[in-house]
Design a protein around this ligand. Sequence first.
Ligand code: PLP
Length: 358
Amino acid sequence: MRALRAEVDLDAIRHNYRLAKQQKPGARAVATVKANAYGHGAVQVARALADEADAFGVACIEEAIELREAGIERPILLLEGFFAADELPLIDSLRLSTAIHCEEQLALFASYSFKQPVDVWLKMDSGMHRLGFFPERFVEVFALLQRHPGVATLGKMTHFARADELSCDYTRKQWHTFSETIASLPGPVSASNSPATLGWPMAHGDWLRPGLMLYGISPYAESHPLADQLKPAMCISSEVIAVRDLSVGEPVGYGGRFVTTAPTRVGVVAMGYGDGFPRQAVDGTPVLVNGVRTRLIGRVSMDMLTVDLTPVEGVAAGARVEFWGSDLKVAEVASYCDAIPYELVTKLTRRVPLFYKG
Ligand SMILES: *Cc1c(COP(=O)(O)O)cnc(C)c1O
């Protein structure tokens, strides 16, 4: 059997969820498990948090259905609401909560008769300019929904564009717009994704919405005292499947991108872009072989990639290779691949089996 695998540490995810909640005692948190829990397995992650997550956040109804079918009973929030009218009966019967971010959603929602009222989060565009009502219209829509019999609790939400940039003033500006507009409106407030949860206490509101941080990945480019307490939840590993010794001046792999400048021991590893390892990875992208840090050399192929084994003592076929995990952060790997860590974890393909502990 091919050795490539992902190990997911559910205790780490619980630890990270608690770290999010500790940032504002008394606040609740939507554990964001969209995109198959950022590649970690939505059902397993939701089960691991089923006793403590206040709610789960997903991007679409298909993701919500998957959780309900797996027996997850907690509230589930559709972070972007619904896309078509035929989802409303499902929102009703599956007891989902929904964001409402635009006029089309509002019209569909308003004309539907719910059997039981649902929790609604009205979304404001406070400056990201992606989803949400502008402040003036937000206040009007809020008043409309307050009177709607289909609404149980009506919350106010917004999303930050630059919360990962801790010395950038834009988050403060967005929070100012949002909090000024909603000051006199009742109901819960939600604004903080992971970078805001750990770095912008002013914007915590009543419901945090951590995503990336649950998986132990720092939302910041620089080190940060809270982000440094996160425990990486995923370890991707495989094995060396072939070894060869090359002399100086020999090309390695497709296109001969890497050419040896010294006698080099090359290891071929079972992992490629068909598994989700980015083809953009440059020569020098770090990998661990038997725990020793070395580098990718040559282009990533679909099923294999090549690494420099020269610095690793006594390595043979079968040696363990780690691509990211506790000892090599996915964010660092991403920085060599013209990518962000969100992409590396969500782009793993189904060819990478997930194993769980904790
Ligand atoms: C994905 C998402 C989050 C979580 O963002 P992270 O940066 O992963 O913490 C929060 N809120 C909304 C609306 C989202 O779509």
